[in-house]
Design a protein around this ligand. Structure first.
Ligand code: NAD
Length: 298
């Protein structure tokens, strides 16, 4: 790896090893292994790949998992009923609803049905609310994984200018909350940009830390960042590539060549943020099994 490349795969591997040991210790004390229930809707190949990566990680760390697939014609009512069954099942600790959902299923409506104590993705309003006010919570996996990368690479956020581009509920918004909180994690001066931001460069050029989660290849170029910036590229975009076996290659939201020339640290795509998201899902599932966030019936 080049000097300024953040190796997410390596850091995720270290975290998974620790989780494996913690699971062994938990089971050694007479508890059943944690269990993750994945829900896959429709036949989007990318979603199938992501769920496959998550269940593979479960096997590696000793977490049990099961995946149930529903056709993309499933109604909101039917899906909610299925989720309620998983909520009631004491043998299930975490529920993973793979996004995106087909158009007729509104994520917020369905996510609210998941028991917040099993919401290992950290998308339920209860968990997002607790994040916003600094209470223990299931933190959204991608931004939580990014903070772990900062910890591993000793990236200080306190008092620095952090700019988040992309304001989704699953990445950008919780990232901005984590970075901006004064009394835990971030302590950064945080700017959250989105599609209505006028003159994006005016903001990105100020960033000591730049996090990009948009889904737009080469949105950020070298001219838009300052020398020494730490860049986290969350975007995953499939570009057609006939020379590749799969017929496509993955790229992020940054023009890697020009941005990496100026960055002091940068995540590659793939191999940067993606593995950390999976590792943090494992961590949340273990926390759910141990009832660490919600100790009693809340
Ligand atoms: P999204 O698709 O829900 O929303 C995109 C966001 O980008 C919106 O807030 C929108 O306002 C903003 N945006 C769009 N165009 C913009 C522009 N020109 N300038 C500034 N902001 C703009 O976002 P998402 O679900 O967070 O996904 C973003 C990307 O991150 C996708 O490529 C997705 O595949 C990827 N992703 C990766 C991981 C991972 O683990 N690596 C996890 C989740 C998402």
């Amino acid at each position: 790896m080049a000097r300024n490349i953040i190796d997410g795969k390596k850091v995720a591997g270290i975290i998974l090893q620790q989780i494996h040991e913690d699971v062994q210790e938990w089971v050694g004390r007479g508890n059943r292994p944690p269990k993750l229930q994945a829900i896959l809707i429709g036949d989007d190949p990318a979603s199938r790949t992501y769920v496959g990566a998550k269940t593979k990680a479960c096997r590696e760390v000793g977490i049990e998992s099961d995946t149930v697939s529903f056709p993309d014609t499933i109604s909101v009512r039917e899906l909610k009923e299925e989720i309620r069954k998983f909520n009631r099942d004491d043998g299930i600790d975490g529920i993973l609803l793979q996004l995106p959902l087909p158009g007729h299923l509104h994520p917020s409506q369905v996510i609210e049905t998941i028991d917040h104590r099993k919401d290992v993705d950290g998308f339920h309003p209860m968990n997002v609310g607790r994040l916003a006010v600094g209470q223990p919570t299931f933190r959204s996996c991608t931004p939580a994984g990014i903070l772990e990368l900062f910890r591993y690479y000793s990236v200080m956020t306190k008092g620095r200018n952090a700019v988040v581009v992309g304001a989704s509920n699953i990445v950008g918004s919780p990232m901005a909350i984590m970075l901006s909180r004064e009394n835990n994690s971030g302590k950064a001066t945080t700017t959250l940009c989105h599609k209505y931001t006028r003159d994006l460069t005016q903001h990105t050029i100020q960033a000591d830390i730049l996090i990009v989660a948009v889904g737009s290849p080469k949105l950020i170029t070298g001219q838009m960042v300052k020398e020494g910036v730490v860049v986290i590229d969350v975007g995953i975009n499939r570009l057609t590539d006939v020379t590749s076996k799969k017929g496509y290659r993955l790229v992020g939201d940054c023009d890697f060549d020009s941005v990496s020339e100026k960055a002091s640290l940068i995540t590659p795509v793939p191999g940067g943020v993606g593995p950390m998201t999976v590792a943090m899902l494992m961590k949340n599932t273990l926390l759910a099994a141990k009832k660490s966030i919600y100790p009693s019936k809340e």
